[in-house]
Design a protein around this ligand. Structure first.
Ligand SMILES: O=C([O-])C(=O)C[C@H](O)[C@@H](O)C(=O)[O-]
Length: 415
C-alpha cells in the first residue's frame, strides 16, 4: 500500500475578538485540512496551521510523499527534509525561536498517516502510541479577556469581558456549559494588578479548580516576579511570564510557583539548556510542531526522565486536531495537567456529526479505528469558500487591534 494522493484545503473559521498581549484575534482563524489517500482508497485526515508559510511548506512537501508507505514515518521525515532543504521557521511567538518548518510539516502529515495505519489495523490511534492510560482526557477552560464583538458587528453571545468580575462570569459560563475542571487565563492584557485580582476572584469563585495564567511573555522580569509571588498558593503553574531562557530562569529562581512554557522550549534541543538553567518545570507539548504524535509521547518520556511535568498547548483549531490531541493525551502516562483547547471559542467543525462534545470538561478519544473522525464535506466546502472570501490570509492580532485602537503598539514585554 502506498500514498496515491494528497489534498490540502485551507479553511477559515469564525473566531471571537479574544485579547492577548500582542492584540486581538481577527474574525477568522485559519487552518489547513489534510487528506492523504492511499492506492486502496484508505483516507487519512490531518489538520495544521493555515498561515501562508505553513501552507507553502505543506504544498511543497506533499508531492514528495506520493508513493510512501504510510507506516514509514522515518522516511516521511526524511522526505520532508529533502523537499524543504531551506528549512526555516514558522509561527514565531517569541524572540527565542520559531517552530521549525520541517517539524511542522512532518507533524502535519504524520497524523493522517497514523490515521491510515489505525484504519488498516482496525485499531484506535491511541493503540499505536502504546495504548490508552486514561479513558477520558481532561481539558481546561481557556479564558480570554475579550471585546464585545468584532468591528462593525453586534456583540457576540459572550459579550465584553474586560474586568475581573466579568472574567468570573465567563468562567462560570464555561464551567456551566462544558464542565471544565481547570481554568487557564490568557494574561498580559490588562495591567498586572487587575490580572492578579482576576486570578484571586477566580480562586474565590472556584475554590477547587486548578488555575493558571499565560501572558505569552508579556511581562518584564520585575513584573513577573511580583505577580508570581502574589499568586503563590493560587496557581498550579505560571506559563511563559517572560521572554527568553535567562529571563525565565531569573523568575523561576525568585518564586515557588512552577513555570511552564511553550515559548522557550519548542524543540528537543532546547530542553537541556532549560533544565541546566532551571528555567522551567513544565513543558507544554503540541503535536503540530514537536514533530507529531509519536514525538509528543517521546517528549513526555524525556520530561519524565528529567523530572519535568508535561501539559498540552493549543491554538485556534478544529475537531481533527482535537481528536489527535485526545488520542495522544490518552496515551501519555505523565500528562498530568488538563490540556489547553481553544475549541469552544469557534464552536463549528468540518467533522461529521458536528463539534465534539465535552462531558464534565473531558473528552474520550473518538471511537473507531484511527482518529475516529470523518469529514463533513459540505462544511469543509463552506469553510474553504470562507477562506477564499474572508479577507484574512495571515494571523495578525496587532494589525487588527489597531482597528479598535489606532494608537496601539505591539510591545513584548508590555507590562
Ligand atoms: O498558550 C499559548 O501560548 C497560546 O495559546 C497561543 C495562542 O496563540 C494564544 O495566545 C491566543 O490564541 O491568543
Amino acid at each position: 500500500m502506498r500514498i496515491a494522493e494528497i489534498r490540502l484545503t485551507p479553511v477559515a473559521i469564525p473566531d471571537k475578538p479574544l485579547l492577548n498581549c500582542k492584540g486581538v484575534h481577527q474574525p477568522y482563524a485559519l487552518r489547513t485540512i489534510i487528506e492523504v489517500v492511499c492506492d486502496d482508497g484508505t483516507l487519512g485526515l490531518g489538520e495544521s496551521y493555515g498561515s501562508s508559510k505553513a501552507l507553502a511548506g505543506l504544498r511543497k512537501a506533499a508531492p514528495a510523499l506520493v508513493g510512501l508507505d504510510p507506516f514509514h514515518l522515518h522516511e516521511l521525515h526524511a522526505r520532508v527534509l529533502a523537499a524543504l532543504p531551506e528549512g526555516g521557521g514558522i509561527n514565531a511567538k517569541s524572540a527565542v525561536a520559531d517552530h521549525r518548518l520541517t517539524d511542522v510539516v512532518t507533524s502535519a502529515f504524520e497524523v493522517p498517516l497514523m490515521d491510515i495505519q489505525g484504519k488498516l489495523l482496525g485499531r484506535p490511534l491511541y493503540d499505536l502510541l502504546g495504548g490508552k492510560v486514561r479513558d477520558r482526557v481532561p481539558f481546561a477552560a481557556y479564558l480570554f479577556y475579550k471585546f464585545a464583538g468584532h468591528i462593525g458587528e453586534a456583540p457576540d453571545e459572550w459579550g465584553e469581558v474586560m474586568t475581573p468580575q466579568a472574567m468570573v462570569e465567563e468562567a462560570r459560563r464555561f464551567v456551566g456549559l462544558y464542565g471544565f475542571g481547570s481554568l487557564k487565563l490568557k494574561g498580559g492584557v490588562l495591567e498586572p494588578a487587575l490580572e492578579i485580582e482576576t486570578m484571586r476572584r477566580l480562586r474565590e469563585a472556584f475554590p477547587s479548580h486548578p488555575l493558571r495564567i499565560d501572558p505569552n511573555g508579556g511581562w518584564t522580569v520585575e513584573t513577573a516576579i511580583h505577580i508570581a509571588r502574589s499568586l503563590e498558593g493560587v496557581l498550579e503553574y505560571l506559563e511563559d511570564p517572560v521572554i527568553g531562557m535567562d529571563a525565565m530562569a531569573e523568575v523561576a529562581a525568585a518564586t515557588s510557583l512552577p513555570l511552564a512554557t511553550n515559548m522557550i522550549v519548542l524543540q528537543f534541543d532546547q530542553i537541556a539548556e532549560a533544565v541546566r538553567k532551571g528555567a522551567v518545570r513544565i513543558v507544554l507539548s503540541d503535536h503540530h510542531y514537536w514533530g507529531g504524535l509519536r514525538a509528543s509521547t517521546h517528549l513526555a518520556k524525556v520530561c519524565e526522565t528529567l523530572g519535568l511535568g508535561v501539559s498540552m498547548h493549543s491554538n485556534s483549531h478544529l475537531g481533527i486536531t482535537l481528536a489527535a490531541m485526545t488520542h495522544v493525551a490518552a496515551a501519555t502516562p505523565n500528562l498530568s495537567y488538563a490540556c489547553d483547547t481553544h475549541y469552544p471559542w469557534t464552536g463549528v467543525d468540518i467533522i461529521e456529526g458536528g463539534p465534539l462534545a465535552f462531558d464534565r470538561g473531558t473528552l474520550a478519544p473518538p471511537p473507531g479505528p484511527g482518529l475516529g473522525v470523518g469529514l463533513d464535506r459540505a462544511r469543509l466546502a463552506e469553510f474553504a469558500a470562507l477562506y477564499d472570501t474572508c479577507g484574512v490570509s495571515e494571523r495578525d492580532d496587532t494589525a487588527y487591534m489597531k482597528q479598535f485602537d489606532p494608537g496601539y503598539e505591539r510591545r513584548v514585554p508590555r507590562w
